[in-house]
Design a protein around this ligand. Structure first.
Ligand code: CP
Ligand code: NVA
Length: 327
């Protein structure tokens, strides 16, 4: 059975830490690993737009010795209605891993059910776990490195402001507490995270020593946070939805005034909309680490692919942590 990475808690804390350690090592010595030498091919499929994910996966697969096959779904039979299951059956006979950016999480879960090679979530409506790995690498680089314990970033906190119901918020919840972090999400009440994801994050936090706070108070969230983070107020596919204008999220924009409540760094997965979710002087200022964060997509995903290919028969993390109703 292959290991997949469909959401952040598919890696148990100690496993996530191994991936982060490898990412930091690859950042220092970029060509140290060649698990795709052959070259073996990785299919990288996009149902939605992308700059960073496309470039970092294509570059990363090449640097691992492999052949990146980037496919825009609109130009494939998947885009004309061929089933996910049949696509998985075809790809799995030829490629060594499948990376997919798509819409609903159920689509990538179906791909994983029918694939006998690792399937990696390159963003769904619900989660963006590769981005969180890169962000955890970035936080490690700027806040004292990885912790000694299994929880990679114990003692660190992150505050995410904005749309609490989007893929980034959900992935910060699961990925952050897996790393043992104190995760705070500040959003308007009608844009709060999925309660099932919050429950799952609380379960993981109870094991890792992390913490979860869901609030509508941006100042309380950022107080002394190691990292202050935001994302677009309008995710891909939500364009034109009502209730996403500036009046909904205006008080959740990351301003210099808000940053004064935290001595931490500033992250943004990008693309950013200056003057909306973040002030230009913050994202372009001295506490912003967004360019390191964007580069770390490359190192984190190379580490993840290497780790998944090296652990084909392991149990999934679901078996490594006590599981409750949230999953
Ligand atoms: N952060 C991120 O995933 O960027 P892209 O949409 O450009 O891939
Ligand atoms: N929440 C954003 C992230 C983009 C990388 C979106 O889904 O569009």
């Amino acid at each position: 059975m292959p290991r997949h990475f469909l959401k952040d808690d598919d890696l148990a804390p100690a496993e996530q830490k191994e991936v982060l350690e490898l990412a930091l090592a690859l950042a220092a010595e970029r060509f140290a690993k060649r698990p795709l030498a052959g070259p073996r091919t990785v299919a990288i499929l996009f149902d939605k737009a992308s700059t960073r994910t496309r470039v970092s996966f294509a570059t990363g697969v090449a640097e691992l010795g492999g052949n990146p096959l980037v496919i825009d779904a609109a130009g494939s039979q998947l885009g004309r209605g061929e089933s996910v299951a049949d696509t998985a059956r075809v790809l799995t006979r030829q490629v060594s891993a499948i990376v997919w950016r798509t819409f609903g999480q159920e689509r990538i879960e179906e791909m994983a059910r029918y694939a006998s090679v690792p399937v990696v979530n390159a963003l769904t409506d619900e989660y963006h776990p590769c981005q969180i790995l890169a962000d955890l690498v970035t936080i490690a680089q700027h806040t004292g490195g990885l912790a000694d314990s299994d929880a990679a970033l114990g003692g660190r906190s992150l505050a995410y402001l904005g749309d609490g119901a989007n893929n980034m918020a959900h992935s910060y919840l699961l990925g952050g507490v897996t790393a043992g972090m104190d995760v705070r999400i500040a959003s308007p009440g009608d844009h709060a995270p999925d309660p099932a994801v919050v429950r799952r994050a609380e379960e993981i936090a109870a094991v890792t020593g992390g913490a979860v706070t869901i609030t509508d108070d941006p100042v309380a969230a950022v107080l002394d946070a190691s990292a202050v983070i935001t994302d677009t107020w309008v995710s891909m596919g939500q364009e034109g939805e009502s209730g996403r204008d500036e009046s909904t999220f205006a008080t959740y924009g990351v301003t210099e005034e808000l940053m004064a409540h935290s001595g931490g760094i500033f992250l943004h997965c990008l693309p950013a909309y200056r003057g909306k979710e973040v002030e230009a002087s913050v994202i372009d200022g001295p506490r912003s680490v967004v360019w390191d964060e964007a580069e770390n997509r490359l190192h984190a995903q190379k580490a993840l692919l290497t780790w998944l290919l090296e652990h084909p028969d392991d149990q999934t993390a679901a078996h490594a942590l006590p599981i409750g109703a949230g999953r």
